[in-house]
Design a protein. Sequence first.
Lengths: 198, 556
Amino acid sequence: MSTAVALAHEQIGEWKQPSRGIVGMACLVIAESAIFIIFVVAYLFYIGKSLRGPTPREVLEIPWFASICLLSSSITVHFAVHDLRHSRIGRFITWLAATVLLGGIFLAATAMEWYDLIYHYGLTIRTNLFGTTFYSLVGLHASHVIVGLIMLGLALVFAFFGKVNAHHAERLEVVSIYWHFVDAVWVVVFTVVYIIGR
Amino acid sequence: MATQTQVIVNPATRRGWLDHVQDWVTTVDHKKIGLMYIGYALIFLVIAGLEAILMRIQLLVPNNNFVSPQVFNRLFTMHGTTMVFFVGMPILFGFGNYLVPLMIGARDMAFPRLNAFSFWVSAFGGLLLYFSYFAGSGLYGAGTAPDVGWFAYAPLTARVFSPGHSTDYWTLSIFISGIGSIGTALNIVATTLCMRCPGMKLSRMPLLVWLYLVTSGLVFVTISPLTAAQIMLCIDRYLGGHFFDTQAGGSAVLWMHFFWIFGHPEVYILVLPAFAFANEIIPVFSRKAIFGYPAMVAASVGIGFVSLSVWAHHMFTVGMGPGPNAFFTFSTMVISVPTGIKIFNWLATLWGGNIHFTTPMKFAIGFLFQFLIAGLTGIMLSVSPFDWQLGNSYFVVAHFHYVLVGAILFMIFSAFYYWYPKMTGRMLSDKLGSWHFWLFLIGFHLTFDFMHIPGLLGMPRRIYTYEADRGWEIWNIIVSSGAVFQAVATLIFVWNMIASYFKGEKSGPDPWDAWTLEWTTSSPPPSYNFATLPVVESRRPLWDRKHPEEPDSQYE
């Protein structure tokens, strides 16, 4: 084919395509959203259909503090990416550490809530439909928080050892998209479980 | 183009077989992964085909005792699950893996290691499903392979009704193969959007790539609900949850919804790649550019969207009430519009073309007619009162096999004959291909045309045997005899692939005088695909190179 006609290259101009990391993460977010939608639908469908207690109103308290922590971690991770892109490594590490800390607080709050529900109210995943749907929806979200914390924590460890620089900004941005997604899902879970479901 | 044949010297010929195994196991090359997908799907195709033959032997005559009812239940469960998850999906992903980067002028997929991971996860999913034959009984000594049907309705899957681990194997194998499917779909989307060669705008992409883009998009919103439902089933079975436990207020109908939200778009995930093959093969052998490229793209995207709103037509007999019945009847009929657009565009491509009846083209023409008939029985079944009469009968089985075999499998065969020269460097025998086509065509019509009739006469699906006085005997004999033709034809096909690999005529880089970029590479292509990245100016870059005096880019 080398003998084939030379094509008019100059007509093409600059050839730009989206970043594959960001497109890949966007695809993952779409797929994960579909999983969460199914769990949310199941939760909504089973509200008030439990054959025995305890009911959500009896045992659930609105986790304001944990929610504020998780949602503000979206802001801190955004600043972390921004500072890394501009090579301000010190501020980047501070923002990233704050993100991991806030995510950790959220996770700890969930753990305490579950401890309370299990040991004081006797609500487990087998107790009733509320228990089944509550633990699976909130647990599915919490497991995503754990995955996000592992990724952010790894980035933090590498940053401490001075292995992260502005070239990695795009990769951190890909992780931050995942983290924003986890936060956005919490808005839905919070509304469904603690507002509508109560 | 035939003058450009290259002699390929393989430096690997003198190495031991272990080196080859290591090569294949550790590869991240999209072409090798594609071939492994295809090979593994073909193995499962033979296994699931054998299961079908065993079922047809059992149903050949009334009151037959060839297999026990329990074995029969396992056979239809394994046949359905295998064909959908471990034949259909992997074979289509295999062709996609092989062709998408070549067609858009890329050197590999966007995420090669994710690609290898996705393949191996799916492959182990298939092994896990069949391992149930050995380990399904668990400590309870109950059950072997899954026997709950391929859609595994609750409460059949509850611990009480499905002791042992048979259902767990079913759930887990589908769960992990779903992870592989999402990985590959993600890869195809990222490759298509981010790895195109200079000049390959979205509006110039081969239609095959467009259809794989739509299919992959559907995988995200379709396989994920199934994954979610399998997680719920695992929670029910292992942790004592109550999602589908009617004793505790759970709902069996919810499982049906969740399953069919996956189940119906899944049909389109399988059929869109078949359309994709037709989009490439029909124009080449009509010696015309595809008719209505923008309409084809729009129709494909339209099918993708509408297919998400038709799932409950699988549930008309559940009793959903007039509102949902009317809605799903309507949406199911609507989806025939974009599908009809495609059929008319293929016909318009054939119209006035210089048609070459090569083996791939024969299969493609067979596909066109059979897909039309499959669509027509689909419209019949979309009418809910008609469905109340024939739901769960052999009419339904005949309808969806008409789609899966008459349309999808025919197009897969066509794709094999078309791209085998690219993959191996040798042509498949046209003579054996003719035998394969005609025998398979006869067998297909004997089996699946006549299968509609016992359905109309009231024969339900999934029964392991039947009484002699129902008037179904002669039809079942015809249906079973068609299976013999199909089996023989498939054996000819397998023999053709093996024999042609060693003795087939050398194909050269471009045996069909085609127009897309994969034919600019040697056959088989080098591991880097393109020494220099191609630059394209139109939808048929190879036409432009062959006809510089009249390139497509002047007209698009």
